[in-house]
Design a binder for this molecule. Structure first.
Ligand code: FES
Length: 620
């Protein structure tokens, strides 16, 4: 078996001859950025062979010139290991230090979890009272345990637990709810009553965040996050759905990756809180519809093709062990209900967390809730009615298909502003610039239009065409590249932004804007009628609202009407974990939202074409 050594980490791993280099690297624990899903189209997985032989594939020859091939540069997703080698994985190829939004929108409103612990004074049998142990326990438990059926493990443990302390018995139980029947889960002598813990997760396409909660006290014990390891199979849900459907074992692999990700998050929370997985009895997950399918190991392939029907939409509750999550015996994992194939449990969680349909917000006027990622999912709430749609924004906001694009990670140019003489480019963590992420791209486009370096169609001006009076420092950033004019970003001008990059941004922002305008038109509203535009999710949390308005990403409202919801998906999952009434509310919300399918609508296409333009200076 060939051995692959990873530099500069110094890890070594043995692989089967013929394994792809990227899977070898990732099994060694180094996660490579793969926005194209390993199809050879993005070159983000560029690595260098520093020792050993690895023949370049045709895709490598197309990506690199002869000098680079001779120097050992390869696309890790496009080559296979046949002999021992040492490979250098440069920083630019790695996913690392990504910024995670764990903060939620809503705090828990009440504590009434589905799973609870109680101590029952059941007494012990005697010749005068020969009732069966279970009947004795249920009778003593009164209304709290009425109608609950025992798990088999509960029955097996009951006789010993009941008699150990004269009938003083600790019980953990799950109440009945519309998604499942009530159960007696575990039993122990009262002095050894287990803690009753639960976990809430936001399973995003890019990142996953989890929180560990004490369900008895309502105290949060830990929070942790991970990048979603499914990214190996593409940045967007379509690539993953296609992989699940089209590759042998693809669905199983994606299920395991999702479950492993949540399991790691839970383990980290448990470690930091000094708790045991055997005390985790309940788990709630909010994710988009494809993520929820993949987590349960249900094929999402029909979501990816017309007519886009998911296999299930209502909330589901399954044994945690069946989806490979390490928790207490009898623990269950629930996914929140979805509206459609493209408006998932994460958006329903967002509605739960923001309370937009609870009536309190109605008085202030219509609200547009938007979660921007590789899809732009949005809900217009007006007059107590909610209408949702989803648009394929593509991966530009995640830095993919941008020549020097990257995710929001350490070293990404995240902010660009014109200070009167030059562009100031700030990177995440102040690190040396690696590339530009979505927020930096929006800022850059807004400033290029404001300063006249780009026109409203998105065309970058050549050095000789710049407006009179363009400051010299700013003009010095414009050069003629291989494919036309480029603007050099970064403190040291090391990140070229091309006309093609601007075009990718225009496609992404036009999709979101056209979706929003179509929702407004369906409701007979104009942008000015909106009381608020509420941005949710990791990307939305870092957008500069004035610049988002300036490039026409959002409907034209005064900037002070743009608000941030944080990670509303995690917040909604948390509410459902801590308050069983919120699960019922989530089901009602999912049923009440009307879904608007945009594909094939000529009015959407017209709005999309209009929204390609840059409108210019910010509103308000
Ligand atoms: Fe390898 Fe895109 S080229 S992941």
């Amino acid at each position: 078996m060939p051995t692959v050594r990873i530099e500069p980490d110094g890890f070594s791993i043995q692989v089967a001859s013929g394994d792809s280099l990227i899977s070898a690297v990732e099994r060694a624990g180094v996660i490579v950025d793969t926005p194209c899903g390993g199809r050879g189209g993005c070159t983000k997985c560029t690595v260098r062979i520093v020792a050993g032989d690895l023949a370049p594939s045709e895709a490598c020859r197309q990506a690199f010139d002869a000098g680079k091939i001779a120097a050992g540069w390869r696309l890790a997703c496009q080559v296979r290991v046949t002999a021992d080698l040492t490979v250098e994985v440069p920083a630019a190829a790695r996913v690392r230090g990504e910024r995670i939004v764990a903060a939620g929108a809503a705090e828990s409103r009440s504590l009434d979890p589905l799973v609870f612990g109680t101590v029952v004074e059941a007494g012990v049998p005697s010749l005068e009272d020969q009732r069966a142990d279970l009947e004795r326990l249920l009778a003593a438990g009164g209304a709290g345990l009425a109608g609950l059926a025992p798990e088999l493990g509960f029955l097996r443990d009951l006789p010993r637990a009941l008699r150990a302390e004269g009938g003083r018995t600790a019980v953990v139980a799950r109440r009945a709810w519309s998604g499942g029947c009530g159960r007696l889960i575990s039993v122990a002598p009262a002095s050894r009553a287990p803690r009753v813990l639960g976990a809430a997760f936001d399973l995003g396409t890019t990142t996953a965040v989890g929180e560990l909660w004490d369900l008895a006290s309502g105290r949060r014990l830990g929070v942790a996050s991970r990048t979603n390891p499914q990214r190996e199979y593409g940045a967007d849900v379509i690539s993953r759905a296609e992989h699940a459907a089209g590759s042998p074992g693809g669905l199983r692999d994606l299920q395991r990756l999702a479950a492993g990700c949540l399991d790691e998050i839970l383990a980290e929370c448990l470690r930091s809180a000094g708790c045991r997985s055997a005390d985790v009895h309940d788990l709630v997950v909010a994710g988009n519809t494809v993520m929820q399918h993949l987590l349960l190991g249900v094929t999402p392939e029909h979501i990816a093709m017309s007519p886009f029907a998911p296999a299930f939409a209502a909330a589901r509750s399954v044994p945690a062990a069946e989806v490979l999550i390490t928790a207490a015996p009898g623990a269950r994992l629930s996914v929140l209900p979805a509206v459609s194939g493209y408006v998932g449990g994460d958006i329903v969680a967002g509605l739960l967390a923001t309370g937009l349909l609870d009536g309190a917000d109605d008085a202030s006027g219509p609200v547009l809730f938007i979660d921007i990622g590789t899809n732009g999912e949005m809900v217009l709430v007006a007059g107590g009615q909610a209408t949702a749609c989803s648009t394929a924004a593509g991966p530009a906001f995640e830095g993919a298909r941008i020549s020097h694009g990257c995710r929001a990670m350490s070293g990404a140019v995240e902010e660009v502003r014109f200070d009167g003489t030059d562009l100031v480019c700030l990177t995440i963590d102040g690190a040396a610039p690696l590339g530009i992420c979505g927020t930096g791209l929006i800022d850059a486009a807004a400033e290029l239009v404001r300063t006249g370096l780009a026109d409203e169609t998105g065309r970058l001006l050549e050095p000789g065409e710049l407006p009179a009076g363009t400051p010299a420092a700013l003009a010095g950033r414009v050069r003629l590249g291989q494919d036309g004019p480029e603007v050099l970003l970064g403190a040291g001008r090391e990140i070229p932004l091309t006309g093609r990059d601007l075009r990718e941004l225009q496609l992404a922002k036009a999709a979101v804007r056209a979706g929003a305008e179509t929702l407004l038109a369906e409701a007979g509203l104009a942008a000015g009628d909106l009381a608020r535009v509420l941005l949710a999710g990791a990307f939305g949390s870092y957008i500069d609202p004035a610049n988002a308005l300036a490039i026409g990403l959002l409907p034209a409202v005064p900037v002070e009407r743009v608000a941030f919801g944080g990670n509303t998906s995690a917040a909604g999952a948390r509410l459902a974990l801590l308050d069983r009434a919120q699960r019922e509310r989530a089901a009602e919300l999912a049923r009440s939202v009307r879904y608007l399918e945009l594909s094939g609508r000529p009015d959407f296409q017209e709005r999309f074409a209009e929204a390609m333009f840059f409108p210019g200076a910010a509103s308000g």
